[in-house]
Write a protein that binds this ligand. Structure first.
Ligand SMILES: [Zn+2]
Length: 166
């Protein structure tokens, strides 16, 4: 007989607005319990057979009342950062798809390439040093993806910036 690993304990809890729009992709258990206790949210999706006090163990919570949030808070352009670029590209190298832990300027800095979302990609150390001060074309290293500006929501930092009733 095998025992199922208890994974759900570490799985993030998603919080939806009453309109089903996601507000946060990672609500703490403490906050989830507080929202439930105050009747501000209900469990929309639960983990089977587990309980958080009197409630089914939440995977997805939904607010009972719609909370008005400025659209731009969730969707405005996030500040470009090394961590953000790695996250956007799922920590995969834009050239070879290996695990990436550096970022590369597509158009090299020395040639006027900026520190912008559309000029930065995640790259593994090997590809980064192989490419050097060349464009992908010059290096013969085509990009697997087109760098884009992610939303704050996609980067998962909305929870900290959006006021959700406690
Ligand atoms: Zn690589």
């Amino acid at each position: 007989m095998t025992t199922m690993p208890i994974r759900s304990q570490h799985e993030p809890i998603v919080l939806l607005n009453a309109s089903y729009e996601p507000l946060s992709m990672n609500v703490t258990l403490k906050r989830a319990a507080r929202l439930l206790a105050k009747g501000k949210a209900i469990v929309l999706e639960a983990a089977k057979g587990r309980f958080l006090r009197d409630w089914p163990w939440p995977r997805v919570l939904i607010l009972v009342k719609y909370v008005r949030i400025a659209h731009e808070v969730l969707y405005r352009r996030p500040t470009v950062s090394r961590k953000g670029v790695l996250k956007r590209d799922s920590y995969r190298c834009a050239y070879c798809a290996d695990r990436a832990n550096t970022i590369d300027h597509v158009l090299p800095k020395s040639r006027g390439g900026g520190m912008t979302w559309t000029n930065l990609v995640a790259a593994c150390l090997r590809c980064n040093s192989r490419k050097r001060n060349r464009t992908p074309e010059e290096a013969g290293m085509p990009l697997r993806l087109t760098p884009f500006v992610p939303t704050r929501l996609a980067l998962g930092d909305s929870g900290a910036t959006v006021a959700i009733p406690a």
